[in-house]
Ligand binder design. Structure first.
Ligand SMILES: NC(=O)c1ccc[n+]([C@@H]2O[C@H](COP(=O)([O-])OP(=O)(O)OC[C@H]3O[C@@H](n4cnc5c(N)ncnc54)[C@H](O)[C@@H]3O)[C@@H](O)[C@H]2O)c1
Length: 355
């Protein structure tokens, strides 16, 4: 992960100095993306910024595990980790300059298990954090983590999907708790910009993956990796023709921070990698190269997985390129190889680690 953090900081260039001496609140700091943000700020404090940045990570650990912020080698007293549930108002008393709302229940298996908590983190959580933002006169940026899922199952003519596409989403389907609450989170964020001038930016991430995803995350890349490392066939749902565009975490985190620093307030931005569109059947084949001996098994959708998944997912990134100078760099095979190398070194990924 150290190389990944360096890549992110290199991608950001001189803009990172805007964090010097500032205070950042990261809601969802114990999650996959949250941990990467913490690692980036830790490295910025250690090596780059003239004045350290103070970072408050807040999480209720519904799916995240408590963060180990400090190890003996790299103690950074500017980074703190607190238990907090964003569905309730947060008693933060210090001035905040940036707020990242990355708290949510992101993995389909978990949002099916926790539908009300999913809605609360996106709706009430957004309102509480935006109220906090509104009280902070020095706030420079608020980043709401929406999702590519707000597009639902897009019309094939709207793939690659631009930010102007309004979506095709069911309000009562099995994915509605996630899709609809993210959509309402975007609406609330937009209103706080329009009515109170909060500098809100919205990101719509498209399937980010990378080191830090837990073996039991249940999103496809960590799930396939866990199965393959333990010698089990990869369970490809349905016909395997459904596609996703996987974005390696270094590209994504750079894109998110660029959106926070340079995005137009009140506007949404797609962040992903439009070159990496791949079907689930081809993804399973790619695992055979990365973990030799891996086999695929085509299975019907399990009950724990919400039905109605989108058939294609691919972002149009024209706006992010033009407004933010965003460009993704890591192709899916390179990213997958980096991820699997990392996973092999994690105890959690092995039922029984080979000697
Ligand atoms: N990673 C992706 O590919 C992706 C894609 C689209 C959208 N997103 C969105 O980005 C955000 C971060 O994604 P991630 O991959 O890090 O997800 P994650 O599930 O790994 O992390 C989310 C974190 O939020 C915490 N959380 C949930 N509800 C909370 C609450 N009420 N109060 C405080 N903490 C709470 C969880 O415990 C977890 O640590 C999420 O909102 C997700 O929906 C991510």
């Amino acid at each position: 992960m150290n190389d990944d953090v360096k890549d992110i900081i290199d991608n950001l260039g001189p803009d990172v100095h805007r964090f010097a001496g500032k205070t950042v609140l990261i809601a969802g700091g114990a999650g996959f993306l949250g941990r990467h943000f913490l690692a980036v700020f830790k490295r910025l404090n250690k090596e780059v910024l003239a004045k350290p940045c103070r970072v408050i990570s807040a999480d209720n650990y519904i799916t995240g595990d408590q963060v180990v912020v400090h190890d003996n080698e790299h103690f950074d007293g500017n980074i703190i980790d607190v238990w907090a549930d964003v569905s309730h108002p947060l008693p933060v008393r210090e001035d905040l300059h940036f707020i990242l709302h990355a708290a949510g229940v992101a993995s389909p298996v978990y949002y099916m298990k926790y539908p009300l908590e999913t809605i609360e983190s996106a709706v009430q959580g957004s309102k509480n954090l935006l109220e906090l933002a509104r009280k902070n006169s020095k706030l420079e940026g608020f980043l709401f983590f929406s999702s590519s899922e707000i597009y639902g199952d897009p019309d094939p003519k709207a793939v690659p999907t631009p930010e102007t596409y309004h979506g095709y989403v069911s309000s009562v389907g099995p994915r509605a708790c996630y899709d609809e609450s993210k959509r309402l989170g975007e609406t609330i964020s937009t209103i706080y910009h329009q009515q109170f001038n909060v500098p809100v930016k919205i990101v719509r991430p498209f399937n980010v993956f990378g080191p830090g995803m837990k073996h039991n995350d249940r999103r496809v890349i960590p799930m396939f990796t866990y199965e393959a490392l333990n010698g089990r066939a990869l369970p490809v749902h349905g016909t395997g023709t459904q596609t996703r565009t996987f974005c390696y975490v270094t590209d994504a985190i750079s894109g998110f921070l660029k959106t926070l620093l340079k995005g137009t307030p009140g506007e949404p931005y797609n962040i992903g990698n439009s070159n990496n569109e791949i079907s689930m059947a081809d993804l399973a084949k790619m695992f055979t190269d990365v973990i030799p001996g891996t086999k695929a098994n085509f299975v019907s959708y399990p009950d724990v997985y919400p039905a109605g998944e989108p058939q294609r997912r691919c972002p149009d990134l024209t706006k992010a390129a033009k407004d933010l100078g965003y460009a993704s760099k890591v192709d899916v095979k390179t990213g997958l190889t980096r991820f699997v190398d990392w996973a092999k070194a994690q105890e959690g990924y092995w039922d029984k680690k080979p000697a």
